[in-house]
Design a protein around this ligand. Structure first.
Ligand code: ZN
Length: 227
């Protein structure tokens, strides 16, 4: 396992991931400075969108985990927004607040891919933690069953990452549509919304690609070692 032909693709995917991550940061900073003409904060937009969908009992809270820690908590049914998103009226904060509400709506509607993803979560979590150890041990000891189990567990983790993609794209699409439909963003502000949300989507694509390529590499080594 010194150098494998798949490593070049994994390396490229890592590059894309890093570039996308920097894009998320720079687009956020850029559009956090652009005040939305609607002059409403992320909190107000989130509240309005939730109410529009009858989700009066879903709360909107301030996230204490720092910048870009915005998320929807399906267990507590809470949309948590980071400080600048929560309290400012920028194009960036509106975009992110609406995206997180998109997840709350998916949850309420029983969106199939979200359910599938939740179903995979326990096994995927176990897989991403234990598969690397099992694979290293398996390859070092040249013990096929251990490699097989490692690949199996890692596959679930990869599947989880792939299932994340439609969930994220769908939440962003809902956000874009709703912001425009309810008049929170103007025609000219739509470019900013797209840039903020598309950069975030690309980070998910890149991490899924890294995981899928790594899986392919393990399978190739495993298959190659057996004949
Ligand atoms: Zn999301």
């Amino acid at each position: 396992m010194i150098f494998h032909e798949m490593d070049i693709f994994i390396f490229i995917a890592f590059g894309v991931a890093m570039w996308a991550q920097s894009k998320v940061q720079s687009n956020f900073e850029r559009y956090a400075k652009v005040g939305a003409k609607a002059q409403v904060t992320g909190l107000q937009v989130a509240r309005k969108l939730l109410d529009e969908h009858g989700l009066y009992d879903v709360k909107v809270e301030l996230s204490k985990r720092g910048s870009l820690s915005d998320h929807y908590d399906p267990l507590k049914r809470v949309v948590r927004l980071s400080q600048p998103v929560y309290s400012r009226a920028s194009v960036a904060s509106l975009s992110i607040a609406a995206h997180e509400v998109g997840h709350a709506i998916q949850h309420a509607e029983g969106y199939a891919m979200l359910k599938f993803r939740s179903l995979l979560f326990p096994a995927a979590n176990l897989g991403s933690r234990s598969a690397p150890i099992l694979l290293i041990l398996g390859f070092v000891m040249k013990f096929s069953p251990l490699i097989g189990i490692g690949i199996g567990l890692f596959s679930v983790a990869v599947l989880f990452q792939l299932a994340t993609l439609p969930v994220e794209f769908d939440a962003s699409n809902r956000a874009k549509k709703e912001l425009y439909r309810l008049g929170f963003v103007s025609e000219t502000e739509r470019t900013g919304v797209n840039r903020v949300l598309n950069a975030a989507a690309l980070t998910y694509v890149a991490s899924a690609a890294i995981a899928a390529l790594q899986l392919l590499k393990f399978v190739m080594i495993f298959a190659g070692g057996r004949d």
